[in-house]
Design a binder for this molecule. Structure first.
Ligand code: FES
Length: 166
C-alpha cells in the first residue's frame, strides 16, 4: 500500500500474459488491431480492466488512453469495475420478458446474495446483470454464467444452477 492507501499498479503485461500478447502481434495487420484481444487478456488476468490497465494497454499498442477507454466502454463484455468470481448475464429483453425473465433475474439476485442487479455478493462470488437479447429467444430464459450458456432457466432451477459455481 502507498501512503495514500492505494495499491501500486503491478504491470499486467509480464510473464505469461506478456507472452500471450506478443503471440498476438503476428496475427494482426498492426498493433492497434490487437486492442480487443489485449483487453480480453487483461480481463482474464485481473477480472476487470482498471484505469492503470487502460494506460498499460495504450502504451503497449501505441494508442492513447482515451482511445482505449473509448473502445473499452463501447463493449459490455468488458468489466470496468471489479465483479464477482462468477459473472451472470440474464436476458430480460421483451420476448424473454414476456416469458418470465424478470422473475428469473429477481431470483438470481436473491439467491446469489447480490442484493441488486449490477452489485456483487458480499462473499465476492457473484455479480448479476441484465443484458439485451442473447440470441436464444426460443429458449427463455437464457443466461450466461461466465462462459456457460444456459437455456430455459426458470426461477425453480436457479438454486441448483448457482450451486454449480462455488
Ligand atoms: S430476447 Fe432473450 S434471447 Fe432474445
Amino acid at each position: 500500500m502507498t501512503a495514500h492507501g492505494t495499491t501500486p499498479h503491478q504491470p499486467i503485461f509480464a510473464g505469461d500474459v506478456l507472452a500471450k500478447l506478443e503471440a498476438l502481434y503476428p496475427k494482426y495487420p498492426d498493433k492497434r488491431s490487437v486492442l480487443l484481444p489485449a483487453l480480453w487478456l487483461v480481463q482474464e488476468a485481473r477480472g476487470w480492466v482498471s484505469d492503470d490497465a487502460v494506460r498499460e494497454v495504450a502504451e503497449r499498442l501505441d494508442l492513447t488512453p482515451s482511445y482505449v477507454r473509448g473502445v473499452l466502454t463501447f463493449y459490455t463484455m468488458y468489466h470496468k469495475h471489479p465483479v464477482g468470481r462468477h459473472f451472470i448475464q440474464v436476458c430480460t429483453t421483451s420476448p424473454c420478458g414476456m416469458c418470465g425473465a424478470e422473475d428469473v433475474a429477481r431470483t438470481l439476485v436473491e439467491h446469489s446474495g447480490c442484493g441488486d442487479l449490477g452489485a456483487t455478493s458480499p462473499d465476492g462470488r457473484f455479480t448479476v446483470i441484465e443484458v439485451e437479447c442473447l440470441g436464444a429467444c426460443g429458449f427463455p430464459t437464457p443466461i450466461l454464467i461466465d462462459d456457460d450458456f444456459i437455456e430455459s432457466v426458470t426461477p425453480e432451477r436457479v438454486p441448483e444452477l448457482l450451486a454449480r459455481y462455488p
